[in-house]
Design a protein around this ligand. Structure first.
Ligand SMILES: [Ca+2]
Ligand SMILES: [Ca+2]
Length: 289
C-alpha cells in the first residue's frame, strides 16, 4: 500500500528520527564486582536463594555470579528489583527505558566447567516492563543451555522487539482486566499513559515440569548489559525503516482509537493526530542517518 499521496498532512518534523546509536543503559554493577557499601550483598541486585557471588570464575574483574542447581518448580537467579536507598529519584535498580525508543537488547556471558555439565532445566534473561513498581508485562528470553562450555565464556544475547513489548502490555491492559483494566485512564495510578518507564532484569534458571525439569550443577554468568536501539517512534516493528509494514500495524490501532500501540503523541490514543505524525515519518522512510 502506498500512502505517499497522504503526506500533505503538515510538516510535523518533531518525529524525524534521531540519529542516535544504541544507548547504553544504566545497569548497575553489570560485572558483579561491587558490594553495596551500606547494606552489603551484591550492589544493584537481589540475589535469590541458590545463587551467589563467586570468585571461582570471572570473565572480567575478579567475580561472577554462580547460579546453582535448580530444583523442580523453583527459580535461581538475580534480579534488579531491589531498592536503591541511595538515590531518591531512582528508588530501584531497575533500568530506565524509553517507551517510544527502540528494541531492547540484553547480553551476558556464561560459563559451565567441563567437569560439571548442566542437565535439565531452563533459563535465560527475563524482562519485566514496569511503571513505578507495577509490572505491566513479562517477556522471557528463552534459553536451554545444556552440557558445558569447556570452561570458556560464551556470549548470550536476547533482543526484545519493541512491537512485542507493546503487544504484551496491550494484552495485559485489555484482556486480563478482572482486577482492573489499566488501558487509558484505568484505575490510578496504573492507567496507561503514563507509559512504563523501566525494566526489571532477571538472569536466571528455572526448573519447570514442562521446561526440562530440575537443572543440575552451576552456570556462571558475568558482564550483564542492556541497550535500547535509538528512538524512531513511527517505526513500529523496530526494523529501522518507516514503511508499509509499519502502516499495517498502524491501521488496526487507528481503527479502534483507544489503542495505545500506535500512539505517537503520547496521549494514549491512536487517532488523526497520530496519523499526521505517522504520515510525516513515512515520508522520510529512513530512521537512521
Ligand atoms: Ca519499520
Ligand atoms: Ca495519540
Amino acid at each position: 500500500m502506498k500512502i505517499g499521496s497522504w503526506i500533505g498532512f503538515g510538516a510535523l518534523a518533531v518525529l524525524a528520527c534521531q540519529a542516535l546509536a544504541q544507548t547504553p543503559m544504566p545497569i548497575t554493577n553489570g560485572s558483579f564486582e561491587q558490594d553495596d557499601p551500606i547494606f552489603g550483598g551484591l550492589l544493584g541486585y537481589n540475589v535469590l536463594p541458590g545463587s551467589s557471588v563467586s570468585t571461582d570464575q570471572h570473565r572480567t574483574g575478579a567475580r561472577s555470579v554462580a547460579m546453582g542447581q535448580t530444583p523442580l518448580n523453583n527459580f535461581v537467579g538475580i534480579t534488579t528489583d531491589t531498592v536503591n536507598f541511595l538515590d531518591p529519584n531512582f528508588p530501584y535498580y531497575d533500568v530506565n527505558i524509553d517507551w517510544t525508543g527502540g528494541n531492547i537488547r540484553a547480553t551476558m556471558w556464561y560459563l559451565i566447567p567441563a567437569d560439571a555439565p548442566v542437565q535439565g532445566g531452563g533459563g535465560g534473561i527475563k524482562l519485566d516492563i514496569k511503571l513505578f513498581n507495577q509490572n505491566y508485562a513479562s517477556l522471557d528470553g528463552r534459553w536451554d543451555i545444556q552440557g558445558n562450555t569447556g570452561g570458556a565464556w560464551v556470549k548470550y544475547e536476547v533482543v526484545w522487539n519493541k512491537a512485542d513489548i507493546k503487544q504484551k502490555v496491550w494484552i495485559n491492559a485489555t484482556e486480563n482486566c478482572d482486577g482492573g483494566c489499566f488501558v487509558n485512564n484505568g484505575p490510578p495510578p496504573y492507567g496507561v499513559p503514563p507509559y512504563p518507564s523501566r525494566v526489571k532484569v532477571t538472569p536466571g534458571r528455572w526448573g519447570g515440569e514442562s521446561g526440562g525439569g530440575a537443572g543440575t550443577n552451576t552456570i556462571y554468568i558475568d558482564d550483564l548489559s542492556l541497550t535500547q536501539d535509538h528512538s524512531c517512534p513511527a517505526d513500529y516493528n523496530g526494523d529501522d525503516v518507516v514503511d508499509d509494514a509499519d502502516f499495517t500495524i498502524f491501521v488496526p490501532s487507528y481503527n479502534n482509537l483507544i489503542d495505545f500501540r500506535a500512539d505517537l503523541n503520547g496521549d494514549g490514543l491512536t487517532d488523526d493526530a497520530d496519523f499526521s505524525l505517522f504520515a510525516s515519518a513515512y515520508n522520510d522512510l529512513i530512521c537512521a542517518e
